[in-house]
Write a protein that binds this ligand. Structure first.
Ligand code: NAG
Ligand code: NAG
Ligand code: NAG
Ligand code: NAG
Length: 441
């Protein structure tokens, strides 16, 4: 009875132990940049906010409704946003918010209906919201409101029209009532906003088609880990070939990315991720190419023609005179990257097959060469400044064998001040991000 449960638990803990192929650390600098964008966005959207009607009962039997409330003026102080380890999320607060609104009032006292307009000023409102970060079953980032608190210091109201002359003197009397109604309405509005954000997060893609043959899978594999100064996201980061889906026969190894406090983001791209790309290209049959005579540039005085091969293969022009040739170049084994501090090693075991083409199109196999070479890339990757570039990474496994794969490109953002470094087992990228607001909406 207990055994299936234990087996189940073991299986669950095994899937939880999966290592990320890509890690992203958002630093406080990144969070503050996000807040800056968010505050600008809110300031822009505030005039469009619609408020729910407020109703209630006054003096025993007067029913009132405040409706059509719109903001006429808003003094939005810079909010504060911080990583908040206690809830594994983010704490946002605004203090000293003052807002002026206008709207319509109606009252009903027995059969007597009355109405008019009003102005309402809210003074010194504080709002604090704590949001926990997690992950949903689909590997999307999720946000949940865990705590919200509002305090409104004072309100002032002025009624116009109808029997407003009768209410205005009473404002002081039912101010407390209106104030608590407003306070009670703020947190549900904040929660609704967070639920809306959650809805958008759930709709985000976590899998990207590189082309028709290769897909890049990037869901969260564990919940984000928040500490006082940063948030760490562990993402799957696996390329695989589709039709049929073939996963790589190797797994991601654990690695630790150090946070770079001067940058908004630190990203670790593991050997596993690059090798899964290499494996996917190989599985999809893309690590091969055919070279024909017509592909040789005219300024190179060589032809893929058996009559030209005498100096290299003396018997060839005699056996098959005057025939065009094709070369088939392919990887015999999946090229596997290995990262060491400051160096990338990429051993390639390739082969070249040569064929002669008979006039009727039949290909005659001529010879096959094995090519074994190891590329060492020390290049600019050893902690060098590469400046501003679009986050468009070409994984060109090798100039002849590889076919470039373009990683998903962010439409409205670009990486700036990017620095790359090689560590054991991964490429470390530290960068700032610049969001291009034109086109975001
Ligand atoms: C996808 O794979 C097929 C079959 O191997 C190939 O013909 C096609 O060119 C590939 N597509 C791309 C975009 O590489
Ligand atoms: C927070 O986490 C980051 C990366 O996960 C780490 O580099 C940093 O040292 C941690 N900071 C604290 C205060 O624990
Ligand atoms: C191959 O080269 C020879 C010698 O230059 C030439 O006579 C022959 O026409 C070429 N064959 C083809 C198919 O172009
Ligand atoms: C093409 O020509 C060669 C020799 O000229 C011949 O041996 C072969 O059978 C031919 N192939 C076809 C498909 O006609």
């Amino acid at each position: 009875m207990l055994q299936p449960v234990i087996v189940g638990l073991v299986l669950i803990s095994c899937t939880c132990a999966e290592n990320p192929g890509v890690q992203v650390i958002l630093t406080d600098k990144g969070l503050q940049y996000g807040k800056h964008l968010g505050a600008g966005w809110i300031q822009e959207k505030l005039p469009l906010v619609t408020f729910p009607d407020i109703n209630g009962r006054l003096l025993g039997s007067i029913y009132y409704t405040l409706s059509g409330v719109t903001i006429t003026k808003c003094d939005l102080p810079e909010p504060s946003v911080e990583f908040y380890q206690e809830v594994n999320g983010v704490k946002t607060s605004v203090s000293g918010l003052s807002v002026a609104v206008t709207g319509r009032w109606t009252t009903q006292f027995g059969l007597i209906h009355d109405g008019g307009s009003f102005n309402l000023a809210l003074f010194n409102m504080d709002v604090t919201s704590e949001v926990a970060l997690g992950k949903d079953d689909g590997g999307h980032l999720s946000v949940t409101s865990v705590h919200c608190n509002t305090r409104l210091q004072d309100v002032n109201m002025q009624f116009y029209g109808g029997a407003s002359w009768m209410f205005n003197p009473l404002v002081d009397y039912f101010k407390g009532h209106i104030k608590s109604k407003i306070e009670a309405a703020i947190c549900p509005a904040v929660d609704e906003y967070i639920a809306n954000l959650e809805y958008h997060l759930q709709a985000m893609k976590v899998s990207f088609d590189v082309d028709e043959n290769v897909t890049f899978d990037l869901p969260l594999i564990s919940i984000p880990i928040v500490n006082a100064s940063s948030m760490n996201l562990g993402l799957k980061g696996e390329f695989y070939s589709v039709r049929p889906r073939i996963d790589p026969p190797f797994e991601a190894q654990p690695f630790t990315v150090e946070k770079q406090p001067g940058y908004m983001l630190s990203v670790g791209l593991s050997e596993f991720t690059l090798n899964s790309a290499s494996f996917a290209l190989h599985s999809a049959g893309l690590l091969q190419t055919i070279i024909t005579d017509s592909m040789i540039p005219p300024n190179i005085p060589v032809h893929l023609n058996t009559s030209w091969m005498g100096p290299y293969v003396p018997q060839l022009p005699k056996m098959f005179p005057g025939l065009l040739m094709v070369l088939q170049i392919y990887a015999r084994e999946v090229p596997m990257f290995s990262f060491q501090s400051g160096v990338v090693k990429l051993p390639i075991e390739g082969a070249v097959k040569a064929f002669a083409i008979q006039p009727n199109g039949t290909q005659i196999p001529l010879f096959k060469l094995h090519v074994v070479s190891t590329y060492y890339f020390t290049l600019a990757l050893a902690s060098s400044e590469v400046g501003t570039f679009q986050p468009r990474v070409y994984l060109s496994v090798s100039a002849e064998l590889g076919k470039g794969a373009v990683l998903p490109r962010m439409k409205n953002a670009q990486l700036v001040n990017t620095v790359l470094g090689m560590e054991k087992g991964f490429v470390a990228i530290a960068s700032d991000v610049q969001v291009l607001l034109a086109g975001v909406n």
